[in-house]
Design a protein around this ligand. Structure first.
Ligand code: SAM
Length: 215
């Protein structure tokens, strides 16, 4: 089967039956070549229903989790988005299909470098990569209309709330080191409103406002 057919199968068997409805999200998942964001030896399982290792003890998230988080962001096309945890770059590429600009921060230089090469090879000119502690945000580029954190955190990093626009949306897996739940926060001029969504398991967000230490 060709990769294009495997992507269609992924959308039809993993995303639609589990309730992903946003047509723009489904179409982006049909377009982005996930197999190019994993090691060559894993390309044949790139569209399977699971997270995969990307080296350095990190993972590319399960397609369903990428779709859920993206759908929760309610992207219309004009947003400036901040992602914390570039990893393979796959989630950033999906966001780049659906928003105006994507700023993504990765703490591991080797992963950031690899992802940046992918973005160049695939002509994603609206993705900007930085190496550093994403829990501090990217103050020079703030505010952001949307913020997505793709690593599990004990709480919502305060600088990220500050860097979110009024009427902005932030999505983050929050919980213990080994299991979390997706939390969506909407910021209004009167404060923030929180809703909990899908349970999930992410590698830890390590930084000033995340977990301490290495693994
Ligand atoms: N979004 C990624 C993708 O599409 O492949 C998957 C992200 S992976 C589950 C989590 C990533 O967050 C890892 O690459 C990890 O190094 C990174 N990370 C953890 N703590 C971080 C921090 N404080 N700032 C930036 N990146 C961080």
């Amino acid at each position: 089967m060709e990769f294009k057919d495997l992507r269609e199968l992924m959308v039809e068997s993993q995303l639609i039956p589990r309730g992903i409805r946003d047509k723009r999200v489904l179409d982006a998942m049909r377009r982005v070549p996930r197999h190019l964001f994993v090691d060559d030896s894993m390309q044949h399982i790139a569209y399977d229903d699971m997270a995969l290792p990307i080296g350095e003890g990190q993972t590319i998230s399960q397609p369903y989790m990428v779709a859920v988080m993206t759908e929760l962001l309610e992207l219309h096309g004009k947003e400036k988005v901040l992602e914390i945890g570039t990893g393979s770059g796959y989630q950033a590429a999906v966001l780049a299909e659906l928003a105006r600009e994507v700023y993504t921060i990765e703490r591991m230089p080797i992963l950031a470098e690899r992802a940046e090469t992918k973005f160049q090879d695939l002509f994603y000119r609206n993705i900007h990569v930085r190496v550093g502690d994403g829990t501090l945000g990217w103050s020079e580029e703030a505010p952001f209309d949307r913020i997505i954190i793709t690593a599990g955190s004990p709480a919502v990093p305060e600088p990220l709330i500050q860097q979110l626009s009024i009427d902005g949306i932030l999505v983050i897996p929050v919980g213990s080191r080994y299991s979390q739940q997706l939390l969506r926060i909407r910021k209004t001029k009167d404060g923030t409103a929180e809703e909990y969504h899908t349970p999930c398991v992410f590698v830890p967000l390590i930084g000033t406002y995340g977990w301490t230490g290495d693994q």
